[in-house]
Design a protein around this ligand. Structure first.
Ligand code: UD1
Length: 430
């Protein structure tokens, strides 16, 4: 089984190009089937999640043509099947975005009910509430969510919690409903805005994305477009924290610094220097990190998808830090792995109390999910000695070329598949 072998202790130095935002891509690829004309999407990250969604789109009759690694053409005119196979939902939860897209376009869709996942239970009540408010009949039977409507009608929807997924799904369905829809308490994440911009470029009429009230005037048809996905906030944030934990000097390029403000602010608080330019951010860490407190919140708060990475950094900081996870209930499972590397962290329900240690030590560990997996890579880069990380398929869901990009910054990291390859790596890195 493939694993990462990492020899820590080298400060990361240099520049790294950030790819397109995975979470924006998932919404945009699903929305691309809503027109019968051909849509061209650029800056698409070549990661497992986007590739699985493209397969799901092909499986229902969508025509997917890869122009190059980061550009894809999608044509939804041949879609005949409005049911998404349960296997796709098992592989990526976000294939449920096809529910909103197909319901909007064809007034009918069926997808398997997404199950729990390893960061806690993830209900879909707000998605269902939104579809119902638009006039759809939504039922759950035999493990499927079936949504259908004679006509979709605009409506006033108040989300009970701030949810990215439901905001996106309901926005897609509402774009082709009759009349006006208002979504209140909407999510404001950059990828919600990116989806709205994409849909508007196809002829939709969406205003207010990026605020907590989104207003949508329904249109009967969407048309062709060419669109470039925004840079990935979380990929960028991960490399920024890689600089912090290795006492490095890394410039993340091709980013929107505004999207990184909550991340930059925390890095400054813990003693890093952060320099912003138009489309790049440089992080320099030259001394031991300081402690701080952080609570994850919806955008523009500190993202839950950066919680494991900041916890890894605070585990090495001087003094006691507190991390509060307010979005997902079970997002500290990786702490056990970090403890094996020498961290001193106590978890009490949704709070981690962290007593910073001088350093981590290499160990054999396992990635429990995507972002925690990336955070463990950061811990390994900072650690003394060699770490091996299993289950790298989780990390590959959302990070394109992670080992190559880290190597270009001076990291000693290799994908190894056998004990012999691991021995070779150990000999080489000494
Ligand atoms: C998206 C992101 C994920 C990120 C999360 C929070 C994608 C593909 N995934 O996930 O990386 O960690 O936003 O920024 O973009 N909730 C309900 N009812 C619902 C829906 C959600 O109670 O119907 C709750 C969830 O349990 C959670 C909170 O709302 O506590 C936020 O979840 P949500 O924003 O929907 O997360 P996702 O869209 O699943």
């Amino acid at each position: 089984m493939e694993q990462y072998a990492i020899k820590g202790g080298t400060p990361l130095v240099g520049e790294v190009e950030i790819g397109g935002a995975k979470n924006a891509a998932l919404a945009i690829l699903a929305a691309a089937v809503m027109t019968d004309e051909t849509v061209v999407i650029e800056n698409m990250p070549d990661v497992r999640d986007t590739n699985v969604l493209l397969q799901a789109i092909s499986s229902i009759g969508g025509i997917v043509e890869r122009i190059d690694r980061h550009t894809v053409k999608i044509n939804g005119s041949q879609i005949r099947d409005l049911a998404i196979d349960g296997d796709y939902i098992k592989k990526i939860r976000a294939s449920y975005y096809l529910l909103g897209a197909l319901l909007g376009k064809y007034k009918k869709a069926e997808v398997a009910l997404p199950g729990g996942c390893n960061i806690g239970s993830r209900p879909i009540d707000q998605h269902i509430k939104g579809f119902r408010a638009l006039g759809a009949d939504v039922s759950i039977a035999h493990g499927l969510i079936i949504a259908q409507a004679e006509r979709l009608r605009g409506s006033h929807i108040y989300m009970d919690v701030v949810t990215v997924g439901a905001t996106i799904n309901v926005m897609m369905a509402a774009v082709m409903a009759e009349g006006q829809t208002i979504i209140e308490n909407a999510a404001k994440e950059p990828h919600v805005v990116d989806l709205a911009n994409f849909l508007n470029s196809m002829g939709a009429n969406i205003k207010g994305a990026g605020t907590d009230v989104i207003r949508i005037k329904g249109v009967s048809k969407l048309h062709r477009t060419e669109y470039t996905i925004i840079p990935d906030q979380i990929e960028a944030g991960t490399y920024m924290f890689a600089a912090a934990v290795t006492k490095g000097d890394v410039t993340v390029k091709n980013v929107i610094p505004k999207h990184l403000e909550s991340i930059s602010a925390k890095l400054v608080e813990i003693g890093c220097e952060v320099e912003e330019s138009d489309d790049a951010v440089r992080v320099v860490a030259s001394r031991r990190l300081a402690h701080t407190h952080v609570k994850t919140l919806p955008y523009p708060g500190f993202p839950t998808d950066m919680q494991p990475q900041i916890t890894v950094a605070l585990g090495l900081s001087q003094g006691t830090s507190i991390v509060t996870e307010s979005i997902f209930e079970n997002r500290f499972k990786y702490v056990d792995e970090l403890t094996r590397m020498g961290a001193n962290i106590k978890v009490e329900s949704n709070t981690a109390i962290i007593d910073g240690v001088e350093g981590y030590t290499g160990a054999g560990i396992t990635a429990p999910d995507l972002r925690a997996g990336a955070a463990l890579v950061l811990a390994a880069l900072a650690a003394e000695g060699v770490t091996t990380i299993d289950e790298i398929r989780y990390i590959e869901r959302g990070y394109e070329d992670l080992p190559q990009k880290l190597k270009s910054l001076g990291a000693q990291i290799e994908i190894v598949d056998t004990e012999k390859e691991l021995q070779k790596f150990r000999l080489r890195v000494g």
